[in-house]
Design a protein around this ligand. Structure first.
Ligand SMILES: C[S@@+](CC[C@H](N)C(=O)[O-])C[C@H]1O[C@@H](n2cnc3c(N)ncnc32)[C@H](O)[C@@H]1O
Length: 297
């Protein structure tokens, strides 16, 4: 049964607590995960909405040279697939291939799925329920806040490598969690967000470290790393407008935990986020993203 009488509420189902409701947003309730963004419908909408802008910014949904394999029939996994938008788009384009989406939260779509798509609720950190070398393409996007730096190094990257078959590709699209800005409020939020992430053991810039971690594993023939700086705000066109909306609504998704950690009321936090939209039109605000494609020996 749910309640909303305090800053922290709980929803119980079948006798066990499945979600936490904090400051009006719904979160997972797994002590084994550091992930702090919401897993409600609003979050699924935020993730799906950014899909087209990402394809414009990065000139397509993927960059690894696997087009021909996908046409003929390949196996693909997307880890932390969120609303499943990437998988559903890819599955329509490549009907001969089979797609699996993994997510820790019940944010996954359940109805009307194409026959070449399966979604599984699973915690990546526990190791995924697939044999070694199961996939031609292992894809992962925007997971900077999902794992501690230690988990990235000891669990996540070894698991990505285990899952991809020889001659297959791992593709990671990652964002630096912290914006670079001249705006006073944006910088205040950035500092609070940075400190919050570091307190959880999360490296806000893990994206730029991944190529080096891959290199040290000695299992790749080739590692390609592209970095893009996306200028935020309407004055920078659709990608600037959509990226700003994605980022600030992501901070809204962290409203429960971040407002608490900044020790401010949720309404005050909302006002700071609104100011970020205004500042982005006047000050320079940059969002850095990385695309890493690695070809396994
Ligand atoms: C920022 S969202 C990105 C979703 C999707 N990749 C996209 O780009 O739209 C991160 C996703 O990772 C999932 N997640 C977080 N920790 C996870 C874990 N340990 N195992 C599997 N999924 C996880 C979250 O539930 C969330 O859906």
């Amino acid at each position: 049964m749910g309640c909303c009488c305090s800053r922290r509420c709980f929803e119980e189902e079948n006798g066990s607590i499945r979600y936490r409701l904090i400051n009006g947003r719904r979160y997972h309730n797994l002590s084994s995960s550091v992930y702090f963004l919401a897993n409600d419908d609003e979050e699924a909408y935020r993730l799906s909405r950014y899909h087209d802008a990402i394809k414009d910014i990065w000139e397509g949904p993927f960059n690894s040279p696997v087009e021909e394999k996908l046409r003929q029939g390949a196996r693909i996994v997307d880890i932390g697939c969120g609303s499943g938008i990437w998988i559903l788009d890819m599955a329509r384009q490549y009907p001969n291939s089979n797609f699996v989406g993994i997510d820790i939260s019940p944010i996954l779509p359940t109805e009307g799925l194409p026959s070449n798509v399966k979604f599984i609720q699973y915690n990546m950190v526990d190791g995924l329920p697939f044999e070694d070398s199961s996939f031609d393409l292992v894809h992962q996007k925007f997971m900077v806040g999902a794992f501690t730096e230690v988990q990235w190094k000891e669990k996540v990257i070894p698991e990505l490598i285990r899952l991809v078959r020889s001659d297959g590709w791992i593709e990671i699209l990652e964002a630096d969690a912290i914006l670079i800005s001249d705006g006073t409020v944006t910088r205040r939020i950035a500092k609070a967000f940075h400190d919050f992430l570091v307190s959880k053991g999360i490296n806000p810039s893990i994206g730029k470290e991944i190529p080096r971690i891959f290199e040290n594993s000695n299992v790749f023939l080739e590692i390609k790393h592209q970095q893009k700086t996306i200028k935020l705000g309407k004055r920078h066109g659709e990608s600037g407008e959509e990226s700003l909306r994605f980022y600030v609504s992501g901070l809204n998704s962290a409203r429960g935990t971040l407002a608490n950690s900044m020790n401010i009321m949720p309404e005050h936090y909302d006002a700071l986020l609104e100011t970020m939209y205004i500042e982005a039109e006047k000050c320079s605000t940059d969002f850095i993203q990385h695309r890493i494609c690695a070809h396994k020996i």
